[in-house]
Design a protein around this ligand. Structure first.
Ligand code: SF4
Ligand code: SF4
Length: 185
């Protein structure tokens, strides 16, 4: 890791502007299908809209980190007289609900900000939200960033020069074996 400026990407969500059209879900699942745009299924989307039309509640929620177990504390929020259910704002892919799980494999889904080559100017869900409920922002912050592959390769090269290729390969093989043994115990 090296210290340098890193780009922070943020999507601001304005629940008051969301009308629950679910265009964001459709385009996210289409963008992430393989091949791209070959299908769309909101169940595969990395953004889901928690909806309660009778209470005029629509909350777009982005898929965040995977949680192995559901939490035991739950919160209810009342904002401008509307009561939002427990878990309404939670981004976790967790066992207590079907959100953010790939329907075929059950694997957790996570928003990747539409990382792609060439990069998009704005994430797809932001582009498709005609109500401006989703607004994209970028800023720079000082921080640690991962080494680029060339730097890692240079690091490997200097290790090979120092210890010799055979010794490094033996160590990797030993670590691999130890990992496999741990898994089978
Ligand atoms: S596209 Fe925008 S308005 Fe439609 S559901 Fe998604 S966030 Fe809400
Ligand atoms: S930013 Fe991209 S990956 Fe994340 S929810 Fe929006 S469309 Fe999906």
């Amino acid at each position: 890791m090296t210290a340098q400026k890193k780009k922070i990407k943020t999507i601001k969500v304005n629940v008051d502007k969301c009308n629950g059209c679910r265009a964001c879900e459709v385009v996210c699942s289409a963008f992430h299908s393989a091949p791209k745009y070959s299908s769309n299924n909101p169940a595969r989307s990395r953004i889901r809209v928690v909806r309660d039309p009778l209470k005029d509640i629509y909350v777009p929620v982005y898929a965040g980190e995977y949680a192995a177990a559901e939490c035991t504390g739950r919160d209810k929020y009342t904002i401008d007289g509307k009561e939002y259910d427990e878990c309404a704002f939670c981004r976790a892919s967790c066992a207590s609900r079907d959100l953010f799980r790939e329907p075929d494999s059950g694997l957790p889904l996570k928003c990747d900000m539409c990382e792609s080559e060439p990069p998009l100017e704005k994430p797809m869900c932001v582009q498709w939200c005609i109500n401006d409920a989703l607004v994209y922002e970028e800023r720079e912050e000082e921080g640690e960033v991962a080494q680029k592959p060339e730097e890692i390769e240079t690091g490997l090269e200097s290790m090979v020069n120092k210890y010799g290729l055979q010794k490094i390969m033996d160590t990797v093989a030993r670590l691999n074996k130890a990992g496999q043994n741990r898994k089978t115990k």
